[in-house]
Design a protein around this ligand. Structure first.
Ligand SMILES: [Zn+2]
Length: 278
């Protein structure tokens, strides 16, 4: 199966966001107090050329983020917690066309979660079936969601995704899943933590599983080290998801691909699995 990594620009965050420090409210506070920026991290979206239709996972970010006022100025995270760089040609639409794929040919758009750097390219997909977890959509559209930094005002008017209610359906170590393709080789698994409604996409590709992991961790090493990020509201839930992914890596040859890991594109190309055996 052909799977492409599309880098839709870069983002820098505080070190305390990438790698949570402390516990409880302190962990989230530390993210804001932290003065150390990460290096610019890639913002990946993924394209799966599946026999049943093109599947895109996440949209990446939009170049409009450089317009003054695109991000809400009142919001402390956008004032001092994040920096993004996206050129128009880096948006997911133009990059799909460069691959010879019209965005209107995308059958399914799956969103791991609705943070701006994953949903900023929604406007390219008015004709696709868009899937989001109901938990994620509800939170992101609420007032609480705005306070948490979601940007529902930036979603296209037509945005009405299919809302997924994950039911108990074990897939490897993940208790809740939803099988997307008829062939059963693309499965969405609930991976709550970074956000309560976060999901990841498992692709069976020959002998290996490819895990398009969204923001379950900012890179592979942090996952192996079992470090919860600074964003996760519920540390216990986030840790449980991290442990489930570690279990997946123990049980099955898996290529682990977080959205902001500079090593993800290379590991995808080389189908580089990771062994986790503490
Ligand atoms: Zn995120």
């Amino acid at each position: 199966m052909r799977i492409h990594a599309l880098q839709t620009g870069t983002v820098a965050i505080k070190e305390g966001q990438r790698q949570g420090k402390g516990h409880g409210v302190l962990r989230q506070l530390n993210m804001f107090i932290d003065k150390t920026w990460t290096e610019p991290l890639p913002i990946y979206a993924w394209v799966i050329e599946h026999p049943e239709g093109i599947i895109v996972v996440d949209t990446g970010e939009t170049s409009r983020t450089s317009e003054p006022g695109y991000f809400p100025r009142w919001h402390p995270y956008y004032r001092s917690g994040v920096r993004e760089w996206v050129r128009p040609e880096q948006e997911v639409g133009p990059q799909l066309r460069a691959l010879g794929i019209a965005p209107s040919d995308v059958r399914w758009l799956v969103l791991t979660h609705l943070h701006t750097d994953h949903a900023g390219g929604l406007h390219h997909f008015p004709q696709s079936e868009i899937l989001v977890s109901r938990t994620e959509y509800r939170l992101a559209s609420s007032l609480t969601g705005r306070l948490l930094g979601y940007l529902p005002d930036r979603w296209p008017d037509w945005f009405a995704p299919r809302l997924l209610d994950f039911a108990p359906q074990p897939y490897g170590p993940f208790p809740d899943s939803y099988t997307l393709t008829g062939a059963g080789d693309v499965v969405l698994v609930a991976t709550p933590g970074h956000t309560p409604g976060h999901l990841s996409v498992m692709v069976q590709d020959g002998p290996v599983q490819i895990l398009l992991a969204g923001d379950t961790s900012y890179n592979q090493q942090l996952l192996l080290d079992g470090i919860v990020d600074g964003v996760s509201g519920n540390e216990t839930v986030a840790r449980q998801t991290i442990q489930r992914i570690q279990q997946q890596l123990r049980d099955t040859p898996t290529v682990y691909l977080p959205s902001h890991d500079a090593g993800s594109a290379r590991r995808l190309e080389q189908r580089a699995t990771v062994t986790f055996a503490p």
